[in-house]
Design a protein around this ligand. Structure first.
Ligand code: UTP
Ligand code: MN
Length: 486
């Protein structure tokens, strides 16, 4: 080992570290799957890095400065050492959506020699989930490659391929052992030829050419960027791409007519791409509970989605609301939204009534027809969490005005900097929140349906249909044979 770690403290970290930098020789003792050990982001800042032997450098390119800064804070809170610059003490270079060649080229421009392991974001997120640095494995490379291929299939509206790659990635994630050779895949269902080819390439050469090329592909990059805006789906993103748009700056400067949802998505873009932490989700839970209980003191409010599954952070916060006395929940959503709006807590809202006709013709196994509200919540940050307290003089309206300027165009770089400045001085964060209201008799199904993951729900419904001849949705579970339906 070149890192000169003290032999005595050859703890699991040292062992792990040596394995991270050398080809893997043996299985890791603790698989440390995400969520296996919960070290909350809200444990409070640690001044001394718990895992000081591990030095992380996050590559900003493609990750963006807001996300990089979020991930830096998250890692530091969990006791990881994150370096702002590349140096000799960096052991792990973490990048997202960059090819290996690109990272090497970027590092070449930085001072410091790269002896570190080049790892992708899956290693980082899993390590955060486990609360400790994990061994770098092909597993991370494999999952990431399959996820990228799944994402691309989605952007090409190829649902079959999307499902195949998503399933494969999910299967690899759940395997109780590490895949090191093709034989390890024997007997695993749902692994098609294409997936196997990708896995083989990575196991043999560390990379998959198809994925490397995809990452460089202009359409993939552009559609990924546009669909990361709230309110923008694949069809819209593809239309903009075909019209010649490539960047958010070009979109903002264009005369393209945006929906209200997309306008809000673009206006709060910088906040919305930063993951929501569990601490933030807990704060929002308290606020939503307070708001709902004003109108219905006995209402039940349940945090659902990824956070209910134990995820440490997510893209939004999902809630399911009900009341044991069926019917009491009627009209509740409007009261709650109106009250929260009056308190200045809402930046954008879109209420769908359960009587809304647009849901009537939809497939109940895919679209439910509960009263719901997709909103952008204005979460006040704790004063201690404001990044630059010395700029406390800046108020909301300044930040909001800045955000508005950004939303309406201007020069790209200036925007980027202005956005960062606005994010740093403002004392609130825009967070996507979904509120769903279900009548009590359907609550159990709604809870199951809104807990996710999307793939799990999908496969559960497929299993119900094909193996049990039943129809499962967020509203009910029917025995098709008894009801006489197909
Ligand atoms: P999310 O999209 O919020 O996913 O939907 P998530 O699992 O919480 O992960 P994040 O937010 O990206 O971290 C949560 C669940 O709600 C259901 C889906 O089944 C999904 O698994 N859902 C979502 C619906 O039933 N209908 C919808 O319109 C949206
Ligand atoms: Mn969610």
């Amino acid at each position: 080992m070149t890192l000169g770690l003290a032999g005595k403290k050859a703890s699991c970290v040292a062992v792990w570290l040596s394995m991270a930098l050398l080809p893997r020789k043996k299985k890791r003792k603790d698989p440390g799957l995400p969520g296996a050990s919960h070290s909350r982001a809200g444990d409070g800042p640690l001044t001394v890095a718990k895992f000081s032997e591990v030095g992380i450098f996050l590559v900003e390119r493609k990750m963006g400065s807001s996300r990089r800064s979020f991930l830096t804070q998250l890692a530091r809170k969990k006791g990881f050492r994150v370096e702002e610059r590349m140096s000799e003490s960096v052991t792990h270079v973490v990048s997202e959506n960059n090819s290996g060649d690109e990272v090497l080229e970027l590092l070449d421009k930085q001072s410091g020699i790269c002896r570190a392991a080049l790892v992708d974001i899956t290693w980082f997120t899993e390590s955060m989930g486990a609360g400790k640095p994990l061994e770098v494995e092909n597993r991370h490379r494999l999952q990431e490659a399959l996820k990228i291929l799944a994402e691309n299939a989605q952007l090409c509206e190829n649902e079959g391929r999307y499902l195949a790659f998503t399933r494969a990635s999910s299967i690899l994630k759940s395997l109780p052992y590490c895949v090191t050779k093709m034989d390890d895949l024997q007997g695993i269902p749902s692994l098609g030829e294409h997936c196997k080819r990708v896995i083989k390439d990575i196991l043999e050469g560390g990379i998959c050419r198809e994925v490397e090329e995809l990452i460089q592909n202009e359409r993939y990059q552009t559609l990924k960027r546009f669909t990361s805006i709230f309110g923008v789906g694949v069809k819209t993103a593809d239309k903009w791409y075909r019209e010649g748009l490539r960047t958010l700056h070009e979109l903002r400067a264009s005369k393209i007519l945006l929906t209200k949802e997309q306008e809000a998505g673009l206006l709060y873009y910088e906040d919305l791409i930063v993951p929501v932490t569990r601490t933030e989700a807990d704060s929002i839970t308290k606020i939503v509970e307070g708001a709902v209980h004003r109108f219905l003191p006995a209402a039940v409010i349940k945090l659902t989605g990824g956070f209910r599954r134990g995820k440490e952070y997510g893209h939004d916060v999902d809630f399911l609301i009900t009341h044991q006395e069926e019917g009491k929940e009627q009209g509740l959503l409007y009261q709650v939204i109106n009250w929260m709006a009056a308190q200045g807590m809402i930046l954008y809202d879109d209420i769908t009534d359960n009587k809304d006709q647009k849901w009537k013709n939809k497939e109940p196994e895919i679209f439910d027809s509960f009263a719901k509200c997709f909103l952008i919540f204005k979460l006040q940050k704790d004063v201690v969490n404001v990044l630059r307290p010395n700029t406390a003089g800046d108020d909301d309206s300044l930040a909001a005005n800045k955000a508005k300027e950004i939303g309406r165009g201007g020069h790209a770089e200036t925007c980027e900097r202005a956005t960062c400045a606005a994010v740093k001085v403002k004392d609130w964060k825009a967070v996507r929140v979904d509120l769903v209201v279900a009548p009590f008799s359907q609550y159990a199904y709604a809870l199951l349906g809104w807990t996710g993951s999307q793939l799990f729900e999908r496969d559960l419904r497929r299993y119900a249909k094909h193996f049990k001849h039943m129809s499962l949705s967020s509203h009910s579970l029917f025995d098709n044979e008894q009801v006489g339906r197909n």
